[in-house]
Design a protein around this ligand. Structure first.
Ligand code: EPS
Length: 388
């Protein structure tokens, strides 16, 4: 399976293309739209999300709700484009009577300056329109399709926010995806500990008043994943490496770890390795999951645990020091409308990224042409592992 996304933040629409997806999956458009809706939510989001109402339109590769095996094309309209139709029209000369809302003062931490240097743009809007996290809506739509395939195989995936700024809202226990879903549905921060909701709201409100922004840490958990996805044979076959790359490919991510993460580096090996057991009913299993479900770049049958650190959003209402790309005079960075934090949205996006990589690994391992054949091969493989 390969996938591509296209689209500028204030252009007409986002487009996605998936190729190499099996025929015969009954697709729920409601489930895709539900994920898109979740990505738009969360405390700390800005005004843009009041304008948009993300809904997917499928224009190929699906017939009467069933995937055909042919390329799937997805579209999500940018409703805000109506306010930018002249500034962001894909074809035709710019109207000389309309201000093009050029951006000349790059924002530290955003792609603005380096993107301008690399592509030779003199209007940094040409960079920020594509580097905007608006694009992640399409990755969530693609991820939602992959989640439906994973669910058909019995794999469940869920994500939540562990920390916002300095506030830790995790229970510090390995929760099942069902427990995670239950807890995060009770608040608008997708956190586990309900008593942290009020202090985090206060933190976000205060940060907004200060014209500042916040980052955080996200955890994704995938359960019932069989051992042996990915491979130790070559570095570029390691599935944890592919997941790390996909997570780092999401706007504002600065770190990825698995299981107990960076903490394991300080512990002796006896406290880090997940010891091996066998039971006639369960087959092979481990008594712990410090390594987050990966050994040798392969899934080991334990729950997959991926952690991601997000930097604070670089667009500040109290802007930082910058320099005009035209006059070279000192300026404050451009103020673009922004969120105080998008950590809640990012948890949906990272869940999608992990789901896409797991789906891809499965389609690389089994016959991906037809869903029923895939299911049969997958089930035979799981039985074989149990009896190894
Ligand atoms: C973003 C700036 C804001 C965010 C946007 C990402 O957009 P706008 O400038 O239109 O207010 O809302 O995120 C989304 C549009 C989205 O759907 O997530 C940025 O500069 O990265």
């Amino acid at each position: 399976m390969i996938y591509l996304t296209a689209g500028e933040s204030h252009g007409p629409e986002l487009t996605g293309l998936i190729e190499g997806f099996p025929a015969g999956l009954k697709l729920s458009v409601d489930q895709i739209n539900h994920k898109l809706h979740e990505r738009q939510g969360g405390y700390g989001r800005g005004y843009r999300q009041k304008i948009e109402k993300d809904q997917v339109i499928i224009t190929s590769g699906v017939r009467h709700g069933i995937t055909l095996g042919s390329p799937i094309t997805l579209r999500i309209a940018n409703i805000d484009h109506s306010h930018w139709s002249e500034v962001m029209k894909p074809v035709g000369e710019p109207d000389p009577d309309i201000a093009m809302r050029e951006v000349k003062n790059p924002r530290p931490g955003h792609a603005d300056l380096v993107g301008g240097m690399k592509y030779g743009h003199r209007d940094l809007r040409n960079v920020l329109e594509r580097s905007s996290a608006r694009e992640t809506a399409m990755r969530v739509a693609i991820g939602a399709i992959c989640i439906q395939l994973l669910n058909q195989l019995g794999i469940q995936i869920a994500g939540y926010v562990q920390k916002i700024g300095t506030i830790d809202a995790d229970s510090n226990q390995l929760l099942s995806t069902a427990q995670i879903e239950e807890e995060i549905s009770k608040n608008d921060l997708r956190i586990i500990k309900q008593d942290k909701v009020a202090p985090i709201h206060e933190l976000i409100d205060q940060t907004k008043k200060d014209g500042d922004t916040l980052g955080g840490v996200i955890r994704i958990v995938a359960e019932n994943v069989p051992a042996g996805l990915g491979s130790y044979i070559s570095w570029n076959e390691k599935l944890d490496a592919k997941i790390a790359a996909a997570v780092m490919g999401i706007n504002a991510m600065k770190g990825v770890s698995f299981g107990d993460g960076f903490d394991i580096s300080a512990k002796p090996g006896s406290q880090v390795m997940d010891q091996i057991y066998w039971d006639p009913n369960k087959g092979w299993y481990r008594s712990s999951d410090h390594l987050g479900g990966f050994e040798g770049g392969m899934t080991n049958g334990m729950t997959i645990i991926v952690n991601a650190a997000m930097k604070p959003i670089p667009t500040l209402y109290k802007p930082l020091h910058s320099v005009s790309i035209d006059t070279k005079e000192e300026h404050k960075a451009s103020i673009e409308r922004s969120d105080v934090t998008a950590i809640v949205a990012a948890s949906i996006v990272i869940e999608a990224a992990v789901a896409i990589e797991l789906c891809q690994a499965i389609l690389d391992t089994f016959d991906y042409n037809n869903m029923e054949r895939l299911k049969k091969q997958y089930s035979d493989y799981c039985n074989e592992l149990k009896n190894y």
